[in-house]
Design a protein around this ligand. Structure first.
Ligand code: DLL
Length: 433
């Protein structure tokens, strides 16, 4: 269902006119209120007046995570703190968290965009939405919560963890939509099957899954194991939280990015040059309605391409191809670029292994080594050694064929790899530190 027909199906010229108007307002506001942007615009010898059309956007300097750290905690806020009604932060792996603030209107916009996203995913006011994204500083929990309420659905604020309780509530309360990370949905599927609960015993019909990269093959596993349609949702705290983009249930092919609120660009991550639609590179987003912490040309480090082709659902907003990973998660193994999601695709297509894996990167002298640890199913595990060896060779060969690198495969017992309740940790890089 289209939640907001007026905006979601705007003709291209109207979207661009609206984007330009909102961009100008945003630029003038940040230039007047945020010292960081005053300085970075001055350094680039540019003022908001120099932006005369959308085509001038690439003249503006980028912003990045380091700028947020340098201005920790509130330096990038464009309004005084008394107008901020909510603060979130993303933990990150090192150092201080990245802090974001929302005005009352920002919370309203976010709720609206999440309601819009839920509707695009096929959820309605009749649904019981089981929200298993973590509540707290992470934007997933409260972001999905407000959107689900705005949609008019019945929200169960589960948060992450306590899988036994999740299952009980899912069954007894008749949860029909689950929101969580893709890796947690697989964990839930496994726990349900262990508890003897079949997906036919549940009302679950849709999963709205995101916050981490996942592959098309992983989607197939989740859809089969839970008997649902699995929809990809994208977002990041710096830009909004969940709800920057989502797949529509009609096509399940690419995530519509809400262009009346965000301007996406794809750049070459090395040169910073803007790439044409259709080419793969780093996603850069400019927010054009946010008040608390507007972001100009923010480098997300997420790798994707923009798909401008019209979509069968009737929405006119461009789509992002499923995100293949982050520039900083990309492993360079003996000079070859490897995304964990590529290895995931191989593993999910091989019979006998489970979609639970971890990559261990290390160094042996001057040589990078990659070990793929993956669980086998009970049947393979109790089979003869020969079967395990054949499987081992098969995985190694398929990875070599796809990526051109030789890696070590370690088949591990079922349930040995730690299950995640939020974002899965796929890589352990022992070369660092
Ligand atoms: O993960 C917001 C979110 C919550 C999105 C719930 C979707 C659902 P952060 O913690 O700031 O915010 O992490 C943002 O997670 O830059 C991507 O690298 C990654 N990410 C988010 N969604 C996807 C996705 C939330 N659908 C970072 N596919 C982003 C791949 C994703 N990666």
């Amino acid at each position: 269902m289209i939640w907001n027909d007026d905006f979601e199906t705007l003709p291209r010229e109207a979207i661009e006119a609206l984007q330009f108007k909102r961009l100008k307002q945003t630029l003038e506001r940040v230039y007047a209120t945020v010292p960081f942007y005053q300085k970075s615009f001055k350094d680039a010898d540019i003022t908001p007046a120099d932006i005369r059309s959308l085509a001038d956007l690439p003249k503006l300097p980028f912003s990045c995570k380091q700028d947020m750290r340098d201005n920790y905690p509130y330096g990038l806020f464009a309004v005084p703190l008394d107008q901020i009604v909510r603060i979130h932060a993303s933990s990150g792996t090192t150092g201080k968290p990245t802090v974001v603030g929302y005005t009352k209107r920002d919370i309203d916009t976010w709720s609206e965009l999440m309601a819009r996203s839920f509707a695009a995913a096929g959820a309605t006011s009749q649904d019981v939405i089981h929200n298993a994204y973590g509540y707290g500083l992470f934007t997933g929990g409260l972001g999905a919560h407000y959107g689900a309420e705005r949609l008019g659905a019945s929200v169960i604020p589960m948060s992450g963890g306590n899988t036994q309780k999740q299952m009980l509530i899912m069954k007894d309360f008749g949860s029909s939509v689950i929101t969580c990370t893709p890796s947690y949905s697989l964990y839930l599927a496994e726990a349900l099957s262990e508890a003897g609960i079949k997906h036919e015993d549940l009302k679950l019909r849709i999963g709205i899954l995101g916050a981490e990269p996942w592959s098309e093959e992983m989607r197939a596993e989740i859809e089969t194991n839970l008997g649902i349609k699995a929809i990809d949702i994208y977002g990041l705290s710096e830009i909004l939280g969940p709800g920057v983009g989502i797949e529509c249930i009609e096509a399940q092919n690419g995530l519509h990015i809400w262009e009346d609120h965000f301007i996406p660009e794809i750049i070459d991550p090395v040169s910073g040059e803007v790439l044409p639609y259709g080419e793969k590179g780093e996603l850069v987003i400019t927010t054009i309605t946010k008040e608390g912490i507007p972001m100009i040309r923010y480098r997300t480090r997420d790798i994707t391409r923009i798909l401008p082709e019209p979509c069968i659902c009737g929405r006119t907003h461009v789509r992002l191809e499923r995100l293949s990973g982050r520039t900083d998660d990309m492993l360079i193994i003996r000079g070859v670029n490897v995304f964990p999601s590529q290895i995931e695709s191989v593993l999910c297509n091989i019979d006998g292994v489970e979609p639970h894996y971890q990559l261990i990167v290390d160094r042996d002298g001057n040589l990078d080594t990659l070990e793929v640890q993956v669980e086998v199913n009970e049947k393979v595990f109790s089979d003869e050694i020969k079967v395990m060896q054949r499987l081992n060779n098969e995985i190694r060969k398929q990875i070599k064929d796809l990526l051109g690198i030789t890696c070590k495969i370690r088949l591990v017992e079922p349930k040995t790899i730690t299950r995640s309740e939020g974002k899965a940790k796929r890589v352990i890089d022992r070369r660092k530190g």
